[in-house]
Design a protein around this ligand. Sequence first.
Ligand code: ADP
Length: 256
Amino acid sequence: QVITLPAVRQTDGEIEGAIIVFSDITEKKLDVIRMSDFIAMVSHELKTPLTSVQGYVQIVMARARSAKDAFAAGALDKANIQLKKMNALINGFLNVAQLDAGKIHLDKSPFEINTLIAEIVEETMLADPARNIESSPCFPTTLLADKEKIAQVIGNLLGNAIKYSAHGSRVNIGCQVDPLAIQVVVTDCGRGISPKDREKLFDRYYRVDNVTGESISGFGLGLYLSAEIIKRHQGEIWVESEVGKGSAFYFKLPRL
Ligand code: ADP
């Protein structure tokens, strides 16, 4: 990396000298690669035991239900929600590793967008029953896209809208179609994002400073992954926001 500073001039404007700084960033880059490899390896190792625990929880839950043991079924429901969150986190890390290795691929199939949104809204509200998510469906439209990955994007945006706004405040998801594209928007009345942070929001591992200080959990990967997924579908993703008032995250996908 080479940093060139402005020329040093005498009072009459004549150039007296210049400063060029060479800094070797090989180690820094290697650190990032080592960290990514490590995260990928740990995530991979966690995936198998997690899947197995999820399986056992499902079996015991079925038993608790048929034995009409409401307490056990309720507790297992809660455990299941947390396991799903862990699973989503691990999948996020694995997706980043796949992206790094250029191995992420889209598995496209036709699906109806309102149905997918309704499923994710229901799942998100199950995880946080106190939160009401309002939904404004669009004209029923079938998309040809990677359903699981688009679900991941919608889940990330809804999860963030809830995470970064006050308990009980309104979260909305809306959808619009035109002949060429479909546009989804997730709106919240939360803390909002400053213009300076908006520039870096979709960067990998980027988190706004105050959320790190307030220890709101997260790794700064959700928006990075969402942006990569939308870009790979030849779509666009962007945010409009006002500090203290709220944010609106949009994505647009081509219909054809
Ligand atoms: P994470 O939530 O895990 O930190 P994301 O990549 O999903 O990672 O988001 C990056 C950062 O963007 C968050 O840490 C937060 O500071 C900010 N952010 C994302 N969504 C919102 C939102 N709806 N309102 C305010 N800030 C947000």
